[in-house]
Ligand binder design. Structure first.
Ligand code: SDX
Length: 433
């Protein structure tokens, strides 16, 4: 299909080519717009703007569809393996046995961080936000792995991806242990990915953490569901930073900072704080929903709404099932789960949310699962970052492989002073110096 879009402006007609995606998405190619017409497009929040072409993840927000390299998440649900999905996202196909074994070996062999780097944690206050530590320490990895500041071939990418995906667990666990004055647990090379993370988080001296298959399956699934989500805020940040030629460590450290925000990855913390406020009797679920609907009130129903999904976020549906199964298996009874279900029931029957197509998103149930595992609230967004890291690496690598890739440099519409004069300092009360 070669038809173009046509733009009529100041008596001229401008032809704008169309770009067609494999899922029938159509985009207007405006790369020559300013040169041809002098015009730029204006799209704050970029909700109508494609920043790139990508083969990694497809989302159909209207239908609530999410696929990694074309594979629906539901197909992965029955046998969740985060390392297998990380390979799929980064290298484009499911790993062969040999590839999986090689990558797993590399993750195991590189789980430790340099002993000098471990001492960096003592430089942070114990009350330091773990996301601040994670961003700093991911960037610091570049100081200890200068051999990966420049990566070109798939073999080097595999090696640096393994180091980042493996060490991010160690850094997260060390931040948690340090914040509680607990001794660090070294990675255990006999344990698979998620089990090793739980060991580093919760084992005590001379008392190994007891691994539970249900817990490991739940955390594998949670990490998989967070692994990528096309051009979200943090992934776009990684692409923007990477577009300058910045190394993968620096680009992922920037992604952590973007994810930290309460409108993005920080929402899982805000959801639990919301549920706890309701549970502590500060208000009922109905009162909270009323607040979230009040335009004069900044309160939002956290964990609800999404820029792309105008239907159920499939991840929320799967995480709700995981949370109920895990809590039932653990025999715990988390009152926050029943409050979450109540909020969902109220909102899904309320015209305010229905009219705005606001449904539960990935953050609505993830905190319930993490609480059940014993992960503290201030570590929730760190867990999101551990999950999202393979997606960030995949997008950074995909962009790096593009021929003729350009540095991201958006334009603006200037609305400031046109011409102003420099008033003398004396006229501004300065003493003449
Ligand atoms: C993630 O992009 C991704 O893919 C992100 C993510 C990923 O995997 O990377 O999916 C992860 O970030 C999920 C989202 C987590 N954030 C939250 O749960 C915070 C609460 N949700 C919202 O703040 C909001 O829904 C956003 C930020 C998620 C989306 O914001 P948009 O697309 O900019 O929507 P908007 O702010 O323009 O809202 C449209 C309308 C507004 O009302 P009106 O002005 O039309 O009257 O919906 C209202 C908003 O006030 N609205 C909400 C609401 N979300 C939107 N009202 C109450 N509660 C909410 N949660």
């Amino acid at each position: 299909m070669s038809e173009n879009a046509k733009l009529h402006y100041q008596g001229k007609e401008f032809e704008l080519p169309l770009i067609h995606g494999t899922e029938d998405e159509v985009a207007i190619d405006i790369r020559s717009l300013r040169n041809d017409s002098g015009l730029i497009a204006f799209d704050p929040g970029l909700g109508n703007t494609g920043s790139c072409k990508s083969k990694i993840t497809f989302i159909d927000g209207e239908k609530g569809v999410l696929r990694y390299r074309g594979i629906p998440l539901e197909a992965i649900e029955s046998h969740p393996n985060f390392v297998e999905v990380a390979w799929l996202l980064i290298f484009g196909s499911l790993p062969t046995r040999a590839e999986y074994q090689r990558f797993s070996r590399s993750l195991t062999d590189t789980a430790n961080i340099d002993e000098d780097m471990k001492h960096h944690f003592t430089g942070f206050p114990r009350s330091a936000p773990p996301m601040a530590e994670l961003s700093a320490m991911l960037s610091t990895l570049s100081c200890f792995h200068p051999e990966f500041l420049e990566v070109e071939d798939p073999c080097e990418v595999e090696q640096v991806a393994a180091r980042l995906i493996s060490k991010v667990r160690t850094l997260a666990a060390y931040a948690y242990r340090r914040s509680r004055g607990l001794p660090y647990n070294y990675p255990d090379p006999s344990l698979p990915y998620v089990a090793n993370f739980l060991h580093m988080m919760f084992s005590k001296p001379y008392q190994q953490y007891i691994l539970d298959d249900e817990v490991m399956s739940a955390l594998n699934m949670l990490l998989i569901l967070h692994a990528d989500h096309e051009q979200n805020c943090s992934t776009s940040t990684v692409r923007m930073v990477g577009s300058s030629g910045a190394n993968l460590f620096a680009s992922c450290a920037a992604g952590v900072s973007a994810l930290w925000g309460p409108l993005h990855g920080g929402a899982n913390v805000a959801v639990i704080e919301m549920l706890e406020a309701i549970h502590k009797g500060n208000m009922t679920a109905e009162q909270y929903v009323a607040l979230a609907k009040d335009k004069d009130n900044p309160v939002r129903l956290m964990g609800f709404g999404h820029r792309v999904y105008k239907n159920f976020d499939p991840r929320a549906t799967m995480l709700r099932e995981v949370s109920e199964k895990l809590i039932k298996k653990m025999g715990t009874n988390d009152p926050l789960l029943s409050i979450a279900r109540r909020l969902e029931e109220i909102a899904l029957n309320d015209s305010y949310f229905i009219d705005r197509q606001l449904y539960p998103n990935v953050d609505f149930y993830s905190g319930i699962i993490l609480r059940a595992i014993g992960i503290p609230t201030n570590m929730f967004t760190v867990i999101f970052a551990i999950g999202r890291l393979p997606g960030w690496i995949a997008h950074w690598y995909e962009q790096k492989q593009e021929t003729g890739g350009r540095i991201w440099r958006p334009r603006q519409v200037y609305t400031g002073n046109t011409r102003s004069s420099y008033s003398s300092r004396a006229s501004r009360g300065w003493e003449e110096v």
